[in-house]
Design a protein around this ligand. Structure first.
Ligand code: 4AD
Ligand code: MG
Length: 485
C-alpha cells in the first residue's frame, strides 16, 4: 500500500503540549485535521487542543504522489517525524514528516466548503465543518472554560450544585411560554368530562412541560443547604427571533438563604467579573484571535456601527470598574430626559410602569454610563409573582444586570418569604395555590429571607467571545423553525 504504517510504539502527543514543552530532536506522533496544505510542502495541522496549528514540513520526494494528492483541506491525518526548531516565521516548532497516514479523506470534489471566509448563517448548516473553523473552535473552547469557571467559583465558595428537574409540572416564571411534555397522541388523546385533554391519563398523571427555570426548586435547596446553584438546560417557547434568544439555552441560578437584594447584586457583579477574568487569564490566544476577527470585520463597517472598544479592552474595562447601580424609576427618568428620547430617536415610548425596551437598556449601558448597569426595584406588574414586595407596595426587589452590546444578562430578585403577601400576589396574578402548594410550604416551615438570580449562559459567552449572534455560541442552536441535527 501507499501509506506507511505509523509505529504504534510512539505515543500520540497533543499539539498543545508540543507547543508548550516540546523537545527539539524528539520523534513525535501527532494526529489532527489539515487547516492548510501550502506549496505541496507545508501542512498546518490542528487537533483542537489549542488555537495554534503545528507546521508539518513534507519533502515530497519521500512520499507517494497519490498519498500527497489525497491530503486536502479538512483531511484527517497522522504524522510521525522529528520535532525541529522552525526556520519559518510565526511558529517555534515544526515537524519534518517521516511517516504520513491518511486517517480520513476529505474529497475536494464534493467539497462544499472552500478555505475562505464563510457566512455565519451558512456555517450553522454545516455542523461538521463549523466547529473546525478558527472562530468556532475558539468559541467552544471558551464556552467550556466559562462552564468550568462557574463550577469552580461556586465550589470554592461553599455552594452546592443542585440538579433541578428538566421535566416539571410548574411554570416558574408564570409567563406560560412552555413546551408541553406528553406521551398522549395529538389525535385521539383522552378527554375529560369538560371535553379537555385528560392529563390524568398522561405519563405523569398530570400536565407537564420542559422547565423554564430551576429557581423554585433551588429555593428548597437553599433553605436546607444554605447556598446552592443550578446549571442546566432551560426551555422557552417564546417566538423571539432575535440575536439574543434561544428556545433552548443554559441557565445558572444561585440561590442563597439569608441574602437580600443587595447581597444578590454584589454576588452578580463579583461572579460576572470572575468569569470574564478567568477567560482573560487562561485563554489569551483564543481571545486575541476573536479580538482581531472583530477588528477586521469592523474595517468594512461604517464608523458609527463599530464598537466603541475592542474585545479585550471591553472585557478588561468590565472587570476593572464598578457596575453602575440605579433604580428602575431613575432609569425611566434618565431615558425620558435624554437627548435621543426628546428628539424622538427611540422607537418605543417609555413611561413609569412599562418595561424598558432593549434600545433604552442599551442607551443606559452604552451611552449614559458606558459600563454594566444594575437596575433594581421594578414595578410589580411587569415582574414575576415570587419577587419580594417593597414597602412602597408598587415595586418589587428585582434586579437586572445589563451588559454592553447585549442588554439583560442576569435577572434576579429577593424572594417573597411572607406567606400572606405571596398568597395575595398569586391571587392577583391568577396563579392557583394548589399548583404550587409545595412552594408555599417552604414559607410555612422555616422560611427566611433569601435571594438569587439567573445568568443566561449563552449571553455571557456571547459577551466574552464578542460574537454577534447567540446562535453562534451554542453548538446546535434551537430557535423558532429550527431544530437541525
Ligand atoms: O430573567 P429570567 O427570565 O429569570 C428567571 O428565569 C429567574 N427564575 C432567574 C432567577 O432569579 N433564578 O432569565 C434569566 C436569564 C436572563 O437574564 C437571560 O440572560 C437568560 O436567562 N435568558 C435567555 N437566554 C437566551 N434565550 C432566551 N430565550 C432567554 N430567556 C432568558
Ligand atoms: Mg428577566
Amino acid at each position: 500500500m501507499d501509506t506507511i504504517k505509523t509505529d504504534q510504539q510512539v505515543r500520540r502527543t497533543e499539539i498543545k503540549s508540543i507547543l508548550e514543552s516540546g523537545e527539539v530532536g524528539a520523534t513525535v506522533l501527532v494526529k489532527g485535521w489539515v487547516r492548510a496544505f501550502r506549496a505541496n510542502r507545508f501542512i498546518a495541522l490542528n487537533d483542537g487542543s489549542t488555537f495554534n496549528n503545528l507546521q508539518i514540513v513534507v519533502d515530497f520526494e519521500n512520499f507517494d504522489e497519490e498519498l500527497l494528492k489525497s491530503i486536502s483541506f479538512h483531511s484527517c491525518i497522522s504524522i510521525k517525524g522529528q520535532l525541529l526548531e522552525s526556520q519559518g516565521k510565526g511558529q517555534k516548532y515544526e515537524i519534518l514528516a517521516e511517516e504520513i497516514e491518511l486517517l480520513g479523506g476529505s474529497n475536494p470534489d464534493d467539497y462544499k466548503l472552500q478555505p475562505k471566509k464563510q457566512t455565519m448563517e451558512y456555517l450553522r448548516e454545516q455542523a461538521h465543518f463549523r466547529m473546525r473553523t478558527n472562530t468556532f473552535s475558539a468559541v467552544f473552547r471558551i464556552r467550556h472554560a466559562v462552564a468550568f469557571a462557574i463550577n469552580k467559583y461556586f465550589h470554592d465558595r461553599g455552594y452546592y450544585y443542585l440538579h433541578t428537574p428538566i421535566i416539571t409540572g410548574s411554570d416558574a416564571e408564570g409567563a406560560g411560554e412552555m413546551f408541553r411534555v406528553t406521551t398522549l397522541e395529538p389525535n385521539g388523546a383522552p378527554l375529560n368530562e369538560a371535553g379537555e385533554v385528560d392529563y390524568q391519563q398522561d405519563f405523569f398523571g398530570k400536565a407537564t412541560n420542559l422547565t423554564v427555570s430551576g429557581q423554585l426548586q433551588a429555593e428548597i435547596g437553599a433553605l436546607a443547604l444554605g447556598k446552592v446553584y443550578t446549571f442546566g438546560p432551560t426551555f422557552r417557547a417564546e417566538n423571539s427571533n432575535t440575536s439574543r434568544h434561544l428556545a433552548e439555552f443554559w441557565m445558572i441560578e444561585p440561590e442563597v438563604a439569608f441574602a437580600d437584594i443587595y447581597d444578590d447584586m454584589d454576588l452578580a457583579e463579583d461572579f460576572s467579573k470572575y468569569l470574564i477574568n478567568f477567560i482573560l487569564e487562561n485563554y489569551p490566544d483564543d481571545l486575541a484571535f476573536l479580538d482581531k476577527r472583530i477588528q477586521d470585520m469592523e474595517k468594512q463597517m461604517k464608523k458609527e456601527d463599530r464598537r466603541p472598544m475592542g474585545l479585550l479592552d471591553t472585557l478588561r474595562f468590565v472587570v476593572e470598574n464598578d457596575f453602575e447601580r440605579i433604580t428602575y424609576t431613575e432609569a425611566v427618568n434618565l431615558v425620558r430626559n435624554s437627548k435621543p428620547y426628546k428628539k424622538g430617536r427611540f422607537k418605543f415610548e417609555l413611561e413609569w410602569g412599562m418595561d424598558l425596551q432593549s434600545e433604552h437598556e442599551r442607551w443606559l449601558v452604552e451611552k449614559k454610563f458606558m459600563k454594566p448597569v444594575i437596575v433594581r426595584d421594578y414595578p410589580k406588574d411587569i415582574k414575576a409573582f415570587y419577587m419580594r414586595m417593597n414597602e412602597d407596595d408598587k415595586t418589587v426587589a428585582a434586579m437586572d444586570v445589563l451588559f454592553p452590546g447585549i442588554g439583560e444578562v442576569i435577572g434576579g430578585s429577593q424572594r417573597e418569604e411572607r406567606l400572606d403577601v405571596l398568597k395575595a400576589r398569586m391571587a392577583q396574578m391568577d396563579i392557583h395555590e394548589d399548583e404550587l402548594d409545595w412552594y408555599l410550604d417552604l414559607r410555612k416551615f422555616g422560611g427566611c429571607p433569601h435571594a438569587g438570580f439567573g445568568l443566561g449562559f449563552e449571553r455571557m459567552v456571547l459577551f466574552i467571545t464578542g460574537m454577534s449572534n447567540i446562535r453562534d455560541v451554542i453548538a446546535f442552536p434551537r430557535t423558532p423553525g429550527n431544530a437541525e441535527f
